[in-house]
Design a protein around this ligand. Structure first.
Ligand code: PBG
Length: 338
C-alpha cells in the first residue's frame, strides 16, 4: 500500500485553494482596479503627438490631446492624471523661470483637462527640472543645489498650478521643507482644498532615464563644478530604508495628504514599510525606466507583454499601495475590462 504523501500533515494541501479559477478568485487577497491608477502623461507645446522612442506606446500630447485623454480617463474609470511638460530647449534658463508661467503649457493643459472632464483629478509635478537648462530640480549656485531659494520658486510654481485648477500638487524636488511651505502658502491663498501628494521617498535612480528623453530635460551635467552630474545631493541614496521613513514622517507633519515612493518595483520593500508605519494613502510611481524595461523585453518576445504589465501593477497593490502612477494606465484599465 502506498503511503499518501504528506501523511503527517493531512490538512496542509495549499493547492486545494488553487485548483480552479472560481476558488482562486474567491480567496484572492488583493485586486487591481482602474480606480487604482493615476495616468502619467506628457504634454508638449506643439500640435499633434510625438512618440517617445525609449517608451514605445507613449507620446507627448498636445494640450488638445490632453483634453481628449482626460475624457478617455473618465470613460475608463481612471480617477486622476499626472501631467509632465516637455519644454522647448531654447526656452529654458538656469532659473527655470517658465515654471511660473500662468500661461505656460502646464497651466493650459490643466485648464483644458478640467474643462473637458472636471470629474478627473489633475496632479502636477512641483519641480523645476523640465524648465531649467541644466536639468536639475532646483536652483544652482557654485555647483550646489540651493534648498531655500528653490523652495521660494516651488511655492510660486505650486500656487500657479493650483490657480490653474490643479487638484493635487506633487512636489518631486526633494528639497527639505517644501511640503510645509506649500501647505502654508495654499492656506494663505484660500486654496486649502488643494491636496499635496509628496514624492516623499524619492531615490536617486537610473530608472528615470527615459523620462529625461520624454520631457526633453537632456543629460544632466558632466559632474563639473558648475553642474552636478546626478541628483544625489537631494534625492535619496538607494541603499537606505530607515531614511525613507524619516522623509515620509516629515512630509506628513508638514501637511502632505498622500505620500509616494519612487521608483516603484525596485522599491516595493519601501512601499510596504511606509504603509505599515503610517497608514497613510501611499502611492508608488512605476517610472519611465520600468515602463521601458517591460516594453523592451516584450518587444523582443522575451516577456508576455500583457501578463507582465498586469503582474507588475498588481504587485503594488500586494505591497499595500493605495494606487500606482503609471504610463500603462489607459492600457491596464482596458485590460481590466473598464
Ligand atoms: C523630476 C521628476 C522625475 C520624474 C518625475 N518627476 C525625474 C527626476 O527626478 O530626475 C521621473 C518620472 C519617470 O521616470 O517616469 N522632478
Amino acid at each position: 500500500m502506498s503511503k499518501a504523501p504528506l501523511a503527517a500533515y493531512p490538512a496542509l494541501r495549499l493547492r486545494r485553494l488553487r485548483q480552479a479559477d472560481w476558488v482562486r478568485r474567491l480567496v484572492r487577497e488583493t485586486v487591481l482596479t482602474p480606480a487604482d491608477l493615476i495616468w502619467s502623461m506628457v504634454v508638449h507645446e506643439g500640435e499633434g503627438q510625438v512618440p517617445v522612442a525609449s517608451m514605445p506606446g507613449v507620446s507627448r500630447l498636445s494640450v488638445k490631446d490632453c483634453a481628449a485623454a482626460a475624457k478617455q480617463a473618465r470613460a475608463l474609470g481612471i480617477p486622476a492624471i499626472a501631467v509632465f511638460p516637455h519644454i522647448d530647449g531654447s526656452k529654458k534658463d538656469a532659473s527655470g523661470k517658465l515654471a511660473l508661467d500662468p500661461d505656460g503649457v502646464v497651466a493650459r493643459a490643466v485648464k483644458a483637462m478640467k474643462d473637458a472632464a472636471p470629474e478627473v483629478g489633475i496632479m502636477c509635478d512641483v519641480a523645476l527640472d523640465p524648465f531649467t537648462d541644466h536639468g536639475h530640480d532646483g536652483l544652482i549656485e557654485n555647483g550646489r543645489i540651493l534648498n531655500d531659494p528653490t523652495i521660494e520658486r516651488l511655492v510660486e510654481q505650486g500656487l500657479m498650478q493650483a490657480k490653474a485648477g490643479c487638484d493635487i500638487l506633487a512636489p518631486s524636488d526633494m528639497m527639505d521643507g517644501r511640503c510645509g511651505a506649500l501647505r502654508q502658502a495654499l492656506e494663505a491663498e484660500g486654496l486649502q482644498d488643494v491636496m499635496i501628494m509628496s514624492y516623499a521617498a524619492k531615490y536617486a535612480s537610473a530608472f528615470y532615464g527615459p523620462y529625461r528623453e520624454a520631457i526633453g530635460s537632456g543629460k544632466l551635467g558632466t559632474g563639473s563644478v558648475g553642474n552636478p552630474g546626478d541628483k544625489k545631493t537631494y534625492q535619496m541614496d538607494n541603499a537606505n530604508h530607515a531614511e525613507a521613513l524619516r522623509e515620509v514622517a516629515l512630509d506628513i507633519a508638514e501637511g502632505a495628504d498622500m505620500v509616494m515612493v519612487k521608483p516603484g518595483m525596485p522599491y516595493l520593500d519601501i512601499v510596504r514599510q511606509v504603509v505599515d508605519a503610517f497608514s497613510m494613502p501611499t502611492f508608488a510611481f512605476q517610472v519611465s525606466g520600468e515602463y521601458a524595461m517591460l516594453m523592451a523585453a516584450a518587444q523582443n518576445g522575451w516577456l508576455e507583454e500583457e501578463r507582465a504589465i498586469m503582474e507588475s501593477l498588481g504587485a503594488f497593490k500586494r505591497a499595500g499601495a493605495a494606487g500606482v502612477i503609471t504610463y500603462f494606465a489607459p492600457r491596464a484599465a482596458k485590460l481590466l475590462g473598464a
